[in-house]
Design a protein around this ligand. Structure first.
Ligand SMILES: *Cc1c(COP(=O)(O)O)cnc(C)c1O
Length: 390
């Protein structure tokens, strides 16, 4: 600032902290890159880990610390970290925990970005990858070797919504000192609590249900302090921390998570039941349907079946595209977990470029449509799908 006559730099600096004693109901957005210390002794206490002060926003920031405490609470974890996206959470976690010579066992049915990170990127750093079918995951010990350090899996999986026995996977990992990591994005912590089922670390794309409004990219990882501390050190060095303004939006989204998820569950169940009973639909996929192959597992480990519903129509991609193009309430877009209902065609998005054989292995068909059932009036949603089916 250019100094006008009579302007005191010292007074300007003091004015900056003038409202420090206000007690806001909502944690403010600390849009500051750095934090003040009053003395060398205070800096030293921070450096030696003897203070709760903040130093630099890439390391930690009060807005983020507040949302992390909420995230740890919702997943029943000791600690949590927020990162700049779900993929940032995945990459930072895996790079923090693995080293050359280690092996990671990964479900074949995981988010595409996760698969490519493990298969293509980690491999270049000497981390071996072994991919296991979700059906064989309940006995992952069979796939473990002496070098296996991490198991990465999801449940329910995209887009078939098949479920994996989480407690069985976690138990197998415990017996072999393998760190189990589960992507809980689809289920949300409201419907499924992997840590209570024995999983070590839970990862989320906060971009989806946790924020819930399709307007922020974020990621999170939750678990025991000792593991989260290792991820926190990697986050400092990778710079994969979340921006505080995005952290605030994530925090706001979290406040309505239980009510949103209750509504997603209810509406998705209704949409799935409509699809399952309609002759124009070859098959409906939803763990909340009594006819679903994983209904029993889902019942055991979930307390709600989520907002994602998949269905299959006749005539392959052409048939699916006809239905897709006629939708008027469901909007044609990738992603999921927001207020607005969305529809995507797995063979053109998550499973684009798969060979016919790979599609069969993934249980994905060309006639599949995947719905992210939003918060609109459920009768409007059902009427939309009904009309689109023609
Ligand atoms: C979207 C998604 C991710 C990746 O999260 P981003 O926030 O897009 O980086 C990971 N896992 C699942 C299951 C997802 O749906």
């Amino acid at each position: 600032m250019t100094k006008a006559k009579g302007l005191s730099t010292r007074l300007i600096h003091e004015a900056e902290g003038a409202v420090a004693d206000a007690s806001p109901l909502v944690t403010p957005i600390y849009e500051t890159t750095t934090f003040l210390f009053s003395s060398a002794a205070e800096v030293q206490a921070y450096a030696e880990g003897r203070s709760s002060k903040f130093l630099y926003t890439r390391y930690e920031n009060p807005t983020l610390t507040a949302v992390e405490a909420k995230l740890a609470a919702v997943e029943g974890a000791e600690a949590a970290l927020v990162l700049s996206s779900g993929m940032a959470a995945t990459a930072t976690t895996l790079f923090a925990l693995l080293e050359a010579g280690d092996e990671v066992v990964c479900s074949t049915a995981v988010y595409g970005g996760t698969l490519h990170l493990i298969q293509d990127v980690l491999r270049r750093f000497g981390v071996r990858a072994r991919f296991v079918e979700p059906a064989s995951l309940s006995d992952p010990a069979a796939a473990f070797t002496e070098q296996t350090r991490v198991l990465w899996f999801e449940s329910p999986v995209n887009p078939t919504l098949r479920c994996v026995d989480i407690a069985a996977c976690a138990k197998a990992c415990r017996s072999r000192q393998v760190i189990s990591i589960m992507d809980n994005t689809f289920a949300t912590p409201i419907n499924q609590q992997p840590i209570a089922l024995g999983v070590d670390l839970v990862m989320h794309s906060g971009t989806k249900y946790l924020n819930g409004h399709s307007d922020v990219m974020a990621g999170a990882v939750m678990g025991p302090r000792v593991l989260i501390d290792r991820v926190a050190r990697a986050r400092r060095l990778f710079g994969s921390v979340l921006d505080p303004a995005a952290g605030d939006r994530l925090s706001r989204g979290l406040k309505t998570l239980p009510v949103r998820v209750a509504r997603h569950n209810q509406s998705a169940q209704r949409v799935a039941e409509f699809l399952a009973s309609d002759r124009r639909v070859m098959r409906a996929y939803y763990p909340g349907l009594p006819c679903d192959p994983d209904h029993a597992i889902a019942n055991r480990q979930m307390c709600g079946f989520g907002g994602m519903v998949t269905f299959e129509v006749d005539d392959g991609l052409e048939g699916a595209a006809r239905v897709f193009d006629r939708l008027r309430v469901f909007q044609r877009a990738a992603s999921l977990g927001g207020v607005e209902s969305l529809c995507s065609l797995p063979v053109l998005t998550s499973h684009f470029g798969y060979t016919d054989e790979q599609l069969v292995q993934a249980g994905v068909t060309k006639g599949m449509l995947r719905l992210s059932v939003g918060l609109e009036d459920v009768d409007d949603l059902i009427a939309d799908v009904d009309e689109a089916l023609g």
